[in-house]
Ligand binder design. Structure first.
Ligand SMILES: O=P(O)(O)OC[C@H]1O[C@H](O[C@H]2O[C@H](CO)[C@@H](O)[C@H](O)[C@H]2O)[C@H](O)[C@@H](O)[C@@H]1O
Ligand SMILES: O=c1ccn([C@@H]2O[C@H](COP(=O)(O)OP(=O)(O)O)[C@@H](O)[C@H]2O)c(=O)[nH]1
Length: 750
């Protein structure tokens, strides 16, 4: 493959395990383009998927993994407009077989209710599998432990399963931007089992419409016989357990406020007037904006418009149709034929009906930037969306968002996802040409009061479910943050009451993010007042020990936690322990001390590279803190630190946490610490609460009668969850109450 020299690559952005949030889609937001004069640019890429995901990616510090739109070129990761981009290469053969072939000539027509006949070729499938694996590997490499990976669309349906197999720690979401067909159609796919199984690797599978989710769930039942309850599918994991996979609809949307803001700009309004004037200021402008795709029903609308002119229900003096048909998938045969057909129709209609002063159809085979799109929306009195099948159709929502003047009529096909929400549009069945013609005339003649009434309702709907709401709802379902209700859930209350009755209880608690809210400066962290009081009560209860298990050095832990007397302490991830008989100091050997010195030198140098990065000294290691620097710079610093330490002091152990990378000369983990504490306390059951990935070692060390509670979202081995440090405080209060009840009056147990 050829390597592109520009733009200046920034491999600093790509480090292993750097990102907590990753979007994976076939398309990146930008395509690499080489002009005939040899100059190259990154240009906005086509389609609604990119329109929808761009605003989210700008506000998260995640990475976008995808293809740069050209074959046979490899690009290093780079930053574009505030988004970290990780390009995945495709060869010319893969472009033909995976993208044009299996994605756009097999799945696309099949999933759009076989409007065009799908082609089935085994070599296309092989290529699809190969390319899906490449995307999965790129995402797996970039994802941090427990990261959220959100896979997009039909081109990558095998990626969720591949990721789950290689990285079971990840939280995996999938969103299908196009329809999912009824089983009678879907079952034509020779690889129907592999595709459904690929999708079931995700934790949450999102669809545009509830009908799509229903079709998918039925396919799962028919092909695998798995139990389904509402939106939940029980997927066996091969170890006598089931994973609960959610399959439901999350209708995608747009940045409604952003579109309105552009529409209100004086220069955009002036441009809209200019567009109208350039068309001869007709009474009515009808607008169609689509990728040149057979799913969009462009032929049907041209036919209806042509017949209205022929029947003289409309005249070119009064009405002009502007049709933007942006180039799409031009090497796929069906698309080439469609273009010929559409352009023939437009030519004929213009030949038959245009006059020297008035054109019937202004046909534009171009892709336009957003501002120009908005000017077109403002210029148009009637927006025509006549798709025969469309996952959502963002154009319909964009038109509505731009019409703050409450003028303009949206004519919308019932076969778009958007029609589920935009009920006040003039809804049409594009196959019914007579009905379509009547609807066009109705729209043109609609009184302003009626237009305004409908537009107000439509606008309210688009504002309420904008793209931020779409992604937040999906991600909340995926990460569980939305469904962790504040307070102590019922199941946890039952577990808490049970464990409170144990003979000798050990309550082991992480500190930062569990007892104390997370703060930028570790020395400022303090346990919440309620948690502190509850710990005191537990520490004083009969047959009960409290331990604080932290990654901090013991000294720092003592200072911030101010633990009640008798509390057992574990610092530096179990390397240091303070049990009942004095502290455990660690005597480092000479080689370890030398390693520590070298490490200090490296990390100080690395940390000096960015303001806000700093190094924390620990008895058996050091931690590089990057929480206060932007994620991509933090990731670069962590990568540099890893590489240098690996090269110069290879024997050190390394561990990542939230915005921190730790190295130690003595490995240890919270699991080992917990085992030691359990032995020391002679406890019959352990109650452990923690929030970070490093607490997972402790959860893994829990036994049958123990209870593990994870604070917040993220993948976890803990069987229970609470939302925040406030809930931890309540949990500990309740545990203290239950323990007092079970053991009678408080007294110290040693
Ligand atoms: O990447 P391309 O092959 O050039 O195609 C462009 C995109 O087309 C499809 O868009 C879909 O997503 C929209 C947003 O959810 C939705 O409104 C529309 O109904 C869909 O057709 C395709 O699904 C994307 O993957 C393509 O990038
Ligand atoms: O010349 C064009 C034509 C379309 N679009 C954008 O492309 C997206 C089309 O999304 P839609 O969901 O309507 O259909 P898709 O092309 O994804 O099937 C919308 O955001 C349009 O504003 C654009 O920016 N320039």
């Amino acid at each position: 493959m050829q390597h592109a020299p520009e733009p200046t690559p920034s491999d600093d952005l790509y480090i292993d395990a750097a990102y907590d949030m990753i979007v994976v889609s076939n398309r990146l937001p930008v395509d690499y383009e080489r002009a005939p004069d040899g100059s190259t640019t990154w240009k906005g890429s086509p389609g609604g998927l990119v329109t929808a995901l761009e605003p989210i990616m700008r506000t998260t510090e995640g990475a976008w993994v995808g293809w740069a739109g050209v074959a046979d070129m490899e690009f290093d990761p780079f930053e574009h407009d505030g988004i970290s981009i990780i390009p995945v290469p495709l060869s010319a053969d893969e472009l033909e077989e995976y993208y044009e072939g299996f994605s756009n000539d097999t799945l696309w027509p099949l999933y759009h209710d076989v409007i065009a006949p799908p082609s089935f070729h085994r070599e296309w499938w092989d290529s699809y599998v190969r390319v899906n694996r490449r995307f999965a590997e790129a995402a797996a490499r970039a994802a941090s432990h427990g990261a959220v990976v959100w896979v997009q669309d039909y081109q990558l349906q095998l990626v969720p399963r591949m990721l789950r197999e290689s990285r079971p720690d990840l939280v995996i979401g999938f969103f299908n931007h196009i329809p999912f067909p009824a089983y009678g159609i879907y079952s034509q796919l020779p690889w129907r089992r592999q595709v459904v199984d690929g999708l079931l690797g995700a934790d949450v599978i999102g669809f545009q419409r509830s009908a799509d989710a229903g079709n998918f769930t039925r396919a799962v039942r028919r092909l695998f016989g798995y139990a389904t309850r509402g939106t939940v599918i029980d997927v066996p994991d091969g170890n006598d357990n089931v994973r609960h996979v959610v399959a439901r609809h999350f209708p995608i949307s747009i940045d409604a406020a952003g579109f309105e803001e552009i529409a209100r700009r004086p220069e955009v309004q002036a441009r809209a007037k200019e567009i109208r004037a350039s068309l001869g200021d007709p009474k009515t402008i009808i607008l169609g904006v689509d990728r040149l795709d057979y799913t969009k029903g462009i032929r049907h609308r041209l036919k209806a418009f042509g017949e209205l002119l022929r029947d003289e229900r409309l005249s070119v003096e009064d009405v002009t149709l502007v049709q933007v048909a942006s180039p799409s998938r031009e090497r796929v045969e069906t698309y080439r034929l469609l273009r010929d057909e559409i352009e023939l129709m437009v030519g004929r209609l213009n030949g038959d009906h245009s006059t020297l002063g008035h054109q019937a159809i202004a046909y534009l085979h171009h892709g336009y930037p957003r501002e120009e799109m908005v000017a077109l929306y403002l210029a148009a009195d009637v927006m025509l969306v006549t798709a025969l099948r469309d996952g959502m159709n963002l154009v319909a929502k964009e038109y509505v968002a731009c019409r703050f003047d409450e003028r303009g009529v949206l004519l919308l096909s019932e076969f778009t996802g958007a029609s589920d929400e935009l009920r006040q549009a003039v809804l049409v069945n594009p196959h019914d040409i007579e009905g379509l013609k009547d609807a066009i005339v109705e729209a043109i003649e609609m009184p302003q009061r009626e237009r305004a009434r409908r537009m107000r309702a439509l606008r309210k709907r688009v504002r309420e479910n904008d793209v931020a709401n779409w992604s937040a709802t999906f991600l909340k379902t995926l990460t569980g943050s939305g469904i962790i209700a504040p307070g102590v859930p019922e199941g946890l209350t039952a577990a808490l009451n049970r464990i409170a009755g144990t003979e000798r209880l050990l309550v082991a608690l992480d500190f930062d993010g569990t007892l104390a809210p997370l703060v930028d400066r570790p020395e400022d962290a303090r346990a919440t007042k309620r948690a502190r009081t509850a710990i005191e009560r537990l520490a004083a209860a009969d047959d009960t020990r409290v331990a604080i298990v932290s990654g901090r050095a013991l000294q720092s832990l003592r200072e911030v936690a101010d633990p009640p007397q008798g509390t057992l302490l574990s610092g530096s991830h179990g390397v240091e322990l303070q049990l009942d008989s004095g502290g455990v100091t660690i005597d480092l050997r000479d080689a370890e001390l030398a390693g520590l010195e070298r490490l200090t030198h490296i990390l100080e140098e690395v940390a000096s590279g960015a303001e806000g990065a700093w190094v924390e000294w620990k008895p058996a290691g050091l931690a590089l803190h990057t929480r206060r620097v932007p994620a991509n710079i933090g990731a670069t610093l962590q990568r540099m630190a890893r590489e240098r330490v690996e090269a110069e002091v290879p024997e050190l152990s390394v561990r990542g946490g939230k915005g921190v990378l730790e190295f130690s000369v003595r490995p240890g983990d919270k699991g080992e610490a917990l085992t030691r504490l359990r032995q020391h306390a002679g406890s019959s059951a352990v109650f452990y609460v923690g929030d970070d990935v490093t607490d997972e070692d402790a959860f893994a060390a829990l036994e049958y009668e123990d209870v593990g509670v994870k604070v917040g979202q993220g993948k976890s081995l803990a069987t229970h969850r609470v939302k925040s440090t406030e809930d931890v405080a309540e949990l500990l209060e309740r545990l203290a109450d239950a323990r007092d009840m079970a053991r009678g009056r408080p007294s110290r147990w040693t």
